[in-house]
Each structure stands twice: as structure tokens, then as C-alpha cells.
Design a protein around this ligand. Structure first.
Ligand SMILES: NC(=O)c1ccc[n+]([C@@H]2O[C@H](COP(=O)([O-])OP(=O)(O)OC[C@H]3O[C@@H](n4cnc5c(N)ncnc54)[C@H](OP(=O)(O)O)[C@@H]3O)[C@@H](O)[C@H]2O)c1
Length: 296
């Protein structure tokens, strides 16, 4: 049985569908059963629990041969944080898996580092270190930013005149990858014992600025220059809101980091290793999205 913590999320849902379609027994860990309602299918069990609570995690891991962690606490309901979910929640998952002798597949981020200006990246690195030292079999899958997530975020900022918001200058090249390609890699990593003890990094074929992303989302409509939130405002947001609205402060700090950090990625290593995973372009993701919108 494969436990997918975060199975109700964007990546987790794709993975659960894929594993169940392949005949695997899958258990989804979610805090609220209804959030995983779309996953109900033969072979899929849904259990409630919070990764911040060790006893919940222990119950969920019982009987699993593989534990996938696709959780994060960057944003989301329930007062989550990178420290409580990405570091401590993953620690609970790793410890329970180690006691059960289960293999752990940990979702992390390209650029995870104890020195990163991004709290999420530091907490992911702490989880990675804990896993590497745990003695249980493991594979870490580090990904760049999910295209589908960011298309949705940027598209939601569109006002009546079609103007979107870009945080900061929007000129920093950032690597984006389709979540579908990441789910394919995670499924491979689960099935392939040769990647135990390895860290796989996946990114997409393009490094794109937020300005270019906004223009591609607006097309084929008229090109409307985006509205920019100045870096100073992002900095102020990250400092002023920290004591009473930590999630919004984190978003401000992350937006600033996304505008300034080196977030490019060269996908040639992952292409060479898994030539059958076609890394999807922004244009193809947008085409797929508009077909899905027409069908809906
Ligand atoms: N999004 C990106 O751009 C990106 C980039 C690189 C790596 N990743 C990594 O890929 C993984 C999946 O990301 P995603 O964007 O697909 O996630 P998502 O759609 O935002 O979903 C987050 C998931 O985390 C679960 N979760 C959060 N706090 C939890 C808690 N305290 N206890 C139990 N479950 C909890 C949620 O479950 P419930 O709400 O149902 O409880 C949900 O299934 C994460 O590990 C993330 O760090 C994401």
C-alpha cells in the first residue's frame, strides 16, 4: 500500500489517479475527508489526519510500504507554516516510515538550502536532511515551480480591463514545470528501486519572467501591460504583516525572492535520465487548459 500525504492537492491528486489506475492500493491522508472526495475510486482509501500530529501520522503510515510526502505549509487553510508542515510534519512522516521500514518519497524544491532567503526552501532542506539520516530507503524529488499553479495565480489577478498584476519588476527568469510531468516522475520514482538514496531534480523546458507569463496568459487577447507591485511594497508587506498575518507576510517575502533570486534551471540531466518524460512547454499547458475550460 502506498500512502500519499497531500494526496488531495494538485500534484497529489494526479499521482493518486495514476497509481490507482495502475492497480496500486493507495491511502490518501487529508485533514478533511471532503477535500479528497474527487479521488474516491476502487483501491483508494481516504484517512483523516494532520501531519503536525505524530499520532495521526503513525496511524496513517501503518501498513504502508511506501510513503509519499506531497504536503506543504506555505499557504493554505488551518494555520499551516513551512516550519510546522514542511519541517516538522515531514519529520513525523519520516520517523513513522522508518519505524515501519517503509520507503519515503519526499517532494522538495529545486534550490532547497539552509541558507535560502525563502523559509519554505530552508524547511524543505531540513526535511531532506532528516530523511537522509533516517536509515529508511528514500528518494527526494525536487521540483521547480508548477506552471499550472502560477498560471492560476497570475490569471486571478486580472481586472476588468484585462490587466494582470506582476509582483516586483517581473524581469527575473524563473523555471516552471508542468505538474503533470512532476507526477509522472514521482510515479517512476515509486516504482524504480534504482533511485533509492538519490535526489532527482525536475524543471521545465523554459525559464520565463512573470511579465512573459502574464502576456502568454492574456494571449490571444490584446496585450495589456501588467500592473507592478513595487519591491518596496513587497518588503514592507513581509515585515509589517509578520506578527499578525504570517501567511500574507510569507507571500510578500516569497514574491520578493522570486523577483530577485536565481531560479533558472537546466533540465538536460532529467531529460537524459528519463527521455520518455516530455517536459511540457507553457504554450502546451495553456492549450490544454483552454480545452479543459471549453469542456467544463
Ligand atoms: N506548487 C509548486 O509550485 C511546487 C513547486 C515545487 C515543489 N512543490 C511541492 O510539491 C508538493 C505538492 O504541492 P502542490 O502545490 O500540489 O500542493 P497543494 O495543491 O497546495 O496541496 C497541499 C497539500 O498539502 C496537504 N497539507 C497541508 N497541510 C497539511 C497538514 N497539516 N496535514 C496534512 N496534510 C496537509 C493538503 O491536504 P488537506 O488540505 O487535504 O489536508 C494538500 O493535499 C508539495 O510538497 C510542494 O512543496 C510544489
Amino acid at each position: 500500500m502506498i500512502l500519499v500525504a497531500g494526496g488531495s492537492g494538485r500534484l497529489g491528486s494526479l499521482l493518486v489517479h495514476r497509481l490507482a489506475a495502475g492497480g496500486a492500493a493507495v491511502r490518501v491522508l487529508t485533514r478533511v475527508r471532503e477535500r479528497a472526495a474527487h479521488l474516491r475510486a476502487p483501491g483508494v482509501e481516504i484517512v483523516e489526519g494532520d501531519v503536525r500530529t505524530a499520532s495521526d501520522v503513525q496511524r496513517a503510515v501503518a501498513g504502508a510500504q511506501v510513503v509519499v510526502s506531497a504536503v506543504h505549509g506555505f499557504v493554505g487553510p488551518g494555520g499551516v507554516s513551512p516550519a510546522s508542515v514542511d519541517r516538522d510534519g515531514n519529520r513525523h512522516l519520516v520517523d513513522a516510515a522508518a519505524r515501519a521500514g517503509a520507503t519515503v518519497i519526499l517532494l522538495s524544491v529545486v534550490g532547497a538550502s539552509a541558507e535560502s532567503p525563502m523559509e519554505l526552501f530552508r524547511m524543505k532542506k531540513a526535511a531532506e536532511d532528516h530523511l537522509r539520516a533516517s536509515g529508511t530507503p528514500w528518494t527526494i524529488v525536487r521540483s521547480t515551480a508548477f506552471l499550472e499553479t502560477w498560471i492560476e495565480i497570475v490569471a486571478q489577478t486580472k481586472d476588468r480591463s484585462g490587466r494582470m498584476v506582476v509582483f516586483g519588476r517581473g524581469r527575473n527568469p524563473i523555471n516552471f514545470v508542468s505538474v503533470d510531468d512532476v507526477a509522472t516522475l514521482v510515479a517512476r520514482a515509486i516504482a524504480d528501486p534504482d533511485v533509492r538514496g538519490q535526489t532527482l531534480e525536475i524543471g521545465g523546458p523554459e525559464n520565463l519572467t512573470f511579465t512573459a507569463l502574464a502576456a502568454a496568459i492574456a494571449a490571444p487577447g490584446p496585450a495589456v501591460a501588467p500592473r507592478h507591485v513595487p519591491r518596496g511594497a513587497l518588503k514592507a508587506m513581509s515585515l509589517v504583516l509578520r506578527p499578525f498575518w504570517p501567511e500574507r507576510a510569507r507571500q510578500g517575502a516569497a514574491a520578493l525572492a522570486l523577483d530577485t533570486m536565481d531560479l533558472r534551471f537546466d533540465p538536460s540531466a532529467i531529460r537524459a535520465r528519463y527521455p520518455e518524460i516530455s517536459l511540457t512547454s507553457l504554450a502546451d499547458v495553456l492549450t490544454r487548459r483552454s480545452r479543459e475550460n471549453v469542456r467544463a
